[in-house]
Ligand binder design. Structure first.
Ligand SMILES: *[C@@H]1O[C@H](CO)[C@@H](O)[C@H](O)[C@H]1NC(C)=O
Ligand SMILES: *[C@@H]1O[C@H](CO)[C@@H](O)[C@H](O)[C@H]1NC(C)=O
Length: 287
């Protein structure tokens, strides 16, 4: 269209008029229609450090916003999605993409060393927001937060408007990294790190991820809710973040279901470890 609407083409006025109409029509088709038929995620960072949020679609759904981007502290980014999108969000921490060199660029949640994950899932452990949007009014949309593969940051999710009052998932009462037992810790410097900064706990593995046992992973003989009832490790997660899935069959987790919202706020570090009043997604920065 750019070529056909060139100001230099002959045939002047008539052509300009039809171009103007085409431009207006194409704006109407590409702009507002997407927003009214789809939904918007406000991905906010209230951590005192940068995070690199990422998302990965389930099979058959599109990649949103390239699959990953930077959000500086105190900022948020608007991500448009189709009304029926299914997939996950998480945040990466401690990234340096110039140093990646084919390896991991981020201390947590890394996706093959890339800024834009382009649909790839992140490396566990990372706190996961699992989203299942439905345009079907008999179902509504649902989402939850999972520590089944472990934790890196607290996150709160809310819907605007929240007609049912059941669409908010609170952040954590405690920072899991601060209470993570040594056998589950992921540290900034890896296993060999000796200096203090290298010993900083940046994520906490789930027992399933750390030990790979059926009893922790709810597999094999433990593949039913009756047989898989959590562990001392999952209870530690539950105590810190009561609203999240602490293991695969955690029946006490807060799953938001039947939500009919146009906008959702996904807020990393919603407050200084757990403010239940979290409701808005913060202001969106022009990024
Ligand atoms: C990122 O890595 C590069 C290359 O190793 C290094 O020069 C740079 O200082 C790092 N940046 C930060 C913010 O650590
Ligand atoms: C992103 O993924 C799609 C589908 O797998 C692929 O075709 C495309 O080349 C990828 N883009 C980049 C920049 O890696």
């Amino acid at each position: 269209m750019a070529e056909r609407c060139s100001w230099r083409t002959t045939g002047a006025r008539r052509r300009l008029l039809s171009c103007a109409i085409m431009v207006i029509l194409s704006f109407m088709a590409a702009g507002p229609v997407v927003l009214t038929e789809g939904i918007v995620f406000h991905v906010a960072n209230r951590c005192p450090f940068p995070v690199w949020p990422a998302s990965a679609p389930n099979t058959g759904h599109p990649v949103l916003a390239g699959g990953g981007f930077l959000v500086p502290p105190g900022k948020s980014r608007r991500v448009a999605a189709p009304a029926t999108w299914n997939g996950r969000f998480w945040a990466r921490t401690g990234c340096n993409f110039t140093a990646a060199n084919g390896g991991a660029a981020c201390l947590t949640g890394d996706c093959e060393g890339r800024l834009a994950c382009n649909g790839s899932a992140g490396a566990p452990p990372a706190t996961l927001v699992e989203v299942s949007l439905h345009a079907d009014p008999s179902k509504g949309s649902s989402y939850d937060v999972s520590l089944v593969d472990g934790y890196n940051l607290p996150v709160a999710v809310s819907a605007k408007p929240d007609g049912t009052g059941k669409c908010a998932i609170a952040g954590c009462a405690k920072d899991v990294n601060a209470v993570c037992p040594p056998e589950l810790q992921v540290t900034a410097g890896g296993a060999g790190g000796r200096r203090k900064a290298e010993k900083t706990v940046v994520a906490c593995k789930s027992a399933c991820l750390a030990f790979g046992l059926d009893a922790f992973c709810c597999r094999g003989a433990y593949a039913t809710p009756a047989a898989c009832r959590g562990s001392v490790y999952s209870r530690l997660f539950k105590d810190a973040c009561p609203a999240y899935y602490s293991y695969a069959y955690d029946t006490t987790a807060a799953t938001a279901t039947g939500c009919y919202a146009q906008e959702y706020a996904i807020t990393f570090c919603p407050s200084r470890w757990g403010d239940e009043e979290e409701a808005d997604g913060g202001r969106d920065a022009q990024m």
